[in-house]
Design a protein around this ligand. Structure first.
Ligand code: ZN
Length: 371
């Protein structure tokens, strides 16, 4: 090789060397540029991890471009220039692949920063109500005495005038049924006790309660159809005419005419004298002759007049007999009876009394007759 040849060779080598240096510098600049771009768009928050995964996937798609760069044989200087990761170096070719990767990363980042679409609150799946197996409501058989002999019967004259063996209260309610009777029945049931209802026909709307009271184990007895003293005590016939009418109503409700009755005002009433002299003496004998028995009372709440609930309770609980027939009323405007009833029941229970409905074995209580 001559001098010129040598010089030309050296020039060529120098150009090649210079070109190689330029390429290296350009490559390094390109890698640094791309790296900074990628770093800028890479998500940095932990919550973006999934987005980072998308970036990595997008970058891997540009591996071919990176491979081209490596194949250019620049002695690995690019990687030494601090392309931190293979992903970044892969995108170092700096063409549309980088833009694509950047766009992809930007979109991913944008998607990540976008207000997350709230996942639709799942409609509460209504818990199906289990179809309860219907429990047969067993109506407890009412603990009632045998009432087959309660019907009026002239041939049955066996009455008991002796005191009861155990301390007994016969709760008796006159002048119903009325709008108060249902409450009385419920109170009685709540204590598991039974009473006797001497009924009238003053409130036809409540005749059904005669049957209900009976079905609940209470005794139904006759009081009066009109409860008008001037009519029922006008004569013996007038009295029985009235009695037969209430008897018919009761028979409709319970199937028979009961033998138990109570005179309006009691057998001791003096008002009857205004309408018929001696009628109570006559009636007291005649009703028994026809198979009835009449019950007066030996204790009263006093609710026949205007008394307070407290007075009603005190009046009732002042009774001290072994056998108590307590006069109460469940007719209209006798709210105090309803209000006093629980305390009356509890008061007698605390003193050891039991409660019974009237039957043919019950203690008959008669007043002295003045007319
Ligand atoms: Zn009455």
């Amino acid at each position: 090789m001559d001098k010129w040849q040598q010089r030309a060779y050296e020039k060529k080598k120098a150009r090649e060397k210079q070109l190689r240096r330029r390429l290296t510098i350009a490559g390094g600049v390109a890698v640094a540029l791309v790296a900074s771009v990628i770093f800028a768009v890479l998500p940095h928050e932990p919550s973006m991890s999934s987005t980072s995964g998308q970036v990595a996937a997008g970058a891997s798609s540009t591996e071919h471009a990176g491979a081209v760069y490596y194949a250019d044989g620049t002695e690995g200087s690019v990687s030494e220039n601090g392309a931190a990761t293979a992903d970044v170096s892969d995108t170092a070719s700096g063409d549309t692949s980088v833009a694509a990767a950047t766009d992809s990363a930007a979109q991913s980042a944008a998607a990540a920063t976008a207000t997350p679409v709230p996942t639709a609150t799942p409609a509460p799946t209504a818990t199906p109500v289990p179809t309860a197996t219907p429990v047969p409501t067993e109506t407890p058989a009412p603990a009632v005495p045998d009432r087959s002999d309660f019907a009026v019967d002239p041939n049955n004259q066996n009455w008991n005038f002796d005191q009861t063996a155990e301390k007994t209260v016969y709760l008796t309610f006159d002048d119903g049924p009325s709008y108060l009777t249902q409450q009385v029945l419920d109170i009685l049931d709540s204590y598991g006790i039974k009473a006797t209802f001497f009924v009238t026909a003053q409130n036809p709307d409540y005749f059904g309660l005669i049957k209900e009271a009976y079905d609940r184990g209470n005794t139904i007895a006759l009081h009066s159809y009109t409860h008008e003293y001037d009519q029922i005590y006008a004569s013996v016939d007038a009295f029985f005419e009235d009695l037969d009418k209430i008897a018919a109503i009761v028979q409709e409700q319970i199937g028979y005419v009961p033998c138990f009755i109570r005179f309006p005002g009691g057998a001791s009433n003096g008002v009857s004298r205004h309408y018929c002299e001696g009628i109570m003496t006559a009636l007291s004998e005649e009703v028994q002759a026809r198979g009835y028995q009449y019950w007066d009372w030996n204790a009263a709440t006093g609710d026949g007049e205007s008394v307070t609930t407290e007075e009603s309770i005190a009046n009732a609980l002042s009774a001290e007999s072994q056998t108590i027939v307590l006069l109460c009323h469940d007719g209209e405007l006798k709210e105090t009876t309803v209000e006093a009833l629980p305390a009356i029941i509890e008061g007698f229970q605390e003193r050891g009394y039991v409660f019974k409905p009237i039957d043919r074995t019950s203690t008959v209580v008669h007043h002295e007759i003045f007319n």
